[in-house]
Design a protein around this ligand. Sequence first.
Ligand code: CP
Length: 301
Amino acid sequence: MQLRHFLSLRDYNSADFFSILENAARVKRNRSALGAPLQDRHIALIFEKPSTRTRVSYEVGVKQLGGTPIVLSANEIQIARGESMADTARVLSRYVDGIMIRTFSHEKLTELAGFSSIPVINGLSDKYHPSQTLADFQTILEMGKHPDKIRIVYMGDGSSNVAHSLIFGAALAGSEIIIVSPKEYRPDPDVVEAARSMGARLKISADLKDAEESDVLYTDVWVSMGQEKEAEAKKTILMPYQLNEKIASKMNNGGILLHCLPAHKGEEITEAAFESSYSRVFDQAENRLHAQKALMHFLFS
Ligand code: CP
């Protein structure tokens, strides 16, 4: 079987992306629909940072696919004392059948994958959060619109891991995506170039008018784990790009609001927008479980 990792959606094609999403919808309707591809298999789930959704949805997902999760906080393994990702990968490859990791630096993730002989899944790095994007697009497709007729607007910190992965998801889905962010927080030029070379219909704008007439309005927390030092300055720059009721009311008919959670209400999103009838944030959180089961079925079947 060919070894596949899941580090970024830039390494995937549209056929694989839609195949995973179709299985995500199937397994949402029937939790056993994908069988037990992880029977007699162990999956290490490594966390260098806190997590609620990723932690619980991967552990439950592995069990529902017949496997055994081994949850490891980085503090309890030798990574915390400086053991390299390369050595960790070569050791774990001899014990378990797959690794899901949440880490700080994307370089560390690629080092781990480079030395691993088993699939490695990105559960969040500083550059990408593709596990989240699968759930995002499962939720977006539940709107029932054809993907190439959907306009997604991401407001706020366009340089975030969630924005970067959403850009690649939109490129694979054929959806239009507009990043509305101040010039200080635009997406990484490397991401923009790679997404455009995949055919992305991507616009980067600082003009709030470009956030109007969307089908999906998406935002994420402004200050990520590890960015606490720049918090106050960042909040001031981003405040005009808050997702509020005014901008939500300018969505197209049937438009939805997404947020990958956890939310800082009153900062990147208002309480009223978060709790509004447009909000699909808890469907989106639920879909982490279904989409990741479909991903693991794809990687391990
Ligand atoms: N959205 C997300 O990844 O949530 P957690 O940080 O709780 O895993």
